[in-house]
Design a protein. Structure first.
Length: 326
């Protein structure tokens, strides 16, 4: 399993991060074998978020129970997120020092952990003072509540501002940026206030990440299921089922479909599925991203690990991207 070093953490981190949302609502007897399979396959990073909770159930708590039951705290890297809008108003920003402290403490309490390895802002509020945010997460590091911090769905301009403020004040800056990155260019945002690194318009942001110490954690590598054999063009066209409406709106156009078809061709030649090729394509990026991939069975874990370890040639990537040969 490919690994990466992140400033502030005491162990290398697997570039494949086990996503938690696929296990939302699963009981421990269903979820624990999946998490066990991830560790057995070399995955040591696990994603969760304060907002991944409903009706008394939370992914934080389930992941914490698994860590305690398996005695796995020293083996795993917990990647938690907070400062996301919450009920009753999903549109009200919560990117402020009070929400930072509240959500870090909430996740620690749910997981029964003294310290979270990596804590990310789940959203941004561009009107929030960058200095107060950097000071708040640096204070959490100083208190031993988290080891390092990063962002999700922040613009590169805001990340640069955070880095500059931290450097000017002797504080710790962000170490990761979690953004959408996939073979399918995002045509529209699946949710409010999300950020993508995919497409020609984002080339400068990707170039910056190639030079920056801020690592990328890619989410939605499969583009909401668009890059899965389980979804056909017929499923997405005309009047798609409600669960695929956002996938069609955000990803279905001819360019994306043709890239999907070329990726499937490469997969057939390599003995890999379309989904595995899509994940391998993400890992092949010049800026060496990490990637979040969810699994609901141990076999899906193993398929994701195979994809993470797959090697696409320059010719494969060129062909998938635009049909050209190297």
């Amino acid at each position: 399993m490919r690994q990466i070093e992140l400033d502030g953490l005491n162990k290398p981190v697997s570039r494949l991060v086990h996503g938690s949302t696929g296990l939302m609502g699963a009981d421990d007897t269903e979820a624990f074998p999946v998490l066990d399979a991830a560790v057995e396959a070399g995955v040591n990073a696990f994603d969760t978020a304060a907002v991944y909770a409903f009706d008394g159930y939370s992914m934080d708590a389930m992941l914490g129970r698994w860590i305690r039951d398996r005695g796995a705290r020293d083996e795993v890297v917990v990647i938690a997120k907070g400062a996301h809008p919450a009920l009753p108003d999903w549109h009200l920003p919560r990117v402020n020092p009070a929400a930072i402290a509240d959500d870090i403490d909430l996740t620690r309490e749910r997981m029964d952990l003294d310290c979270l390895d990596l804590w990310l802002f789940h959203r941004d509020d561009p009107t929030a003072d960058i200095g107060s945010l950097v000071e708040a997460v640096d204070s959490a590091i100083a208190q031993g509540s988290i080891r390092a911090w990063g962002v999700s769905n922040w613009s590169v301009a805001r990340i640069k501002a955070a880095i500059a403020y931290a450097a000017d004040h002797g504080l710790r800056g962000p170490v990761v940026n979690s953004a959408h990155y996939s073979l399918a260019t995002q045509l529209d945002s699946p949710w409010d206030d999300v950020v993508t690194l995919t497409g020609e318009a984002q080339a400068a942001d990707r170039d910056w990440h190639c030079e920056s110490d801020v690592k990328v954690v890619a989410w939605s590598a499969l583009a909401g299921g668009f890059l899965s054999e389980r979804v056909s063009r017929e499923d997405l066209e005309n009047e798609p089922a409600p669960q695929l409406a956002d996938t069609a709106r955000c990803y279905l156009n001819e360019d994306n479909w043709q890239r999907r078809e070329r990726a499937a061709q490469v997969g057939r030649r390599m003995g890999l599925s379309l989904s595995q090729i899509a994940l391998a394509w993400v890992f092949a990026a010049d800026f060496r991203p990490m990637a979040i991939a969810g699994s609901v069975t141990p076999n899906e874990v193993r398929e994701n690990v195979t994809a993470a370890d797959a090697q696409l040639s320059a010719a494969d990537i060129s062909y998938i991207n635009d049909g050209s040969e190297v």
